[in-house]
Ligand binder design. Sequence first.
Ligand code: ZN
Ligand code: ZN
Length: 154
Amino acid sequence: MTALCPCQSGLAYADCCQPFHLFKIYPQTAEQLMRSRYCAYVLKNINYVIQTTVPNQQAQLDRTLLQNWADSTAWAGLQILRHQPAVSKIHSTVEFNAFFTVNGEKQAHHENSLFVKIDGRWYFADPTVDLPDRKQPCLCGSGKKFKHCCGAYL
Ligand SMILES: [Zn+2]
Ligand SMILES: [Zn+2]
């Protein structure tokens, strides 16, 4: 299969996000993970979107809502604006625009996403679900207080 990857890397899907989507290999950087998650939205692979969110947050995700959003969105491209690979030892951020069309008009969803490394794997830290209080243990399982860990960047 030579179809180009929907994440717009310029590579074939089979050489880009597909091995991630099949969990054959794991993204080595937060930017790779971000691309593969955008790609999963384009391909309506909600399972991948959920599995690459911080494990402690996965139960809070609304699968039906995510599926409906993916089904009803006409994606129109991805633009990575900035990848900060080491905002801490275990945190990275990726700022991006995800484009989509509504009634033929191109719009951008702009986001600066936080990614956290847990047991050697990158995960997306979702800021839209219920978050711990500042002094509670962090959602990522680091054992630190939320405010001294992921909470410092969300
Ligand atoms: Zn890709
Ligand atoms: Zn944390």
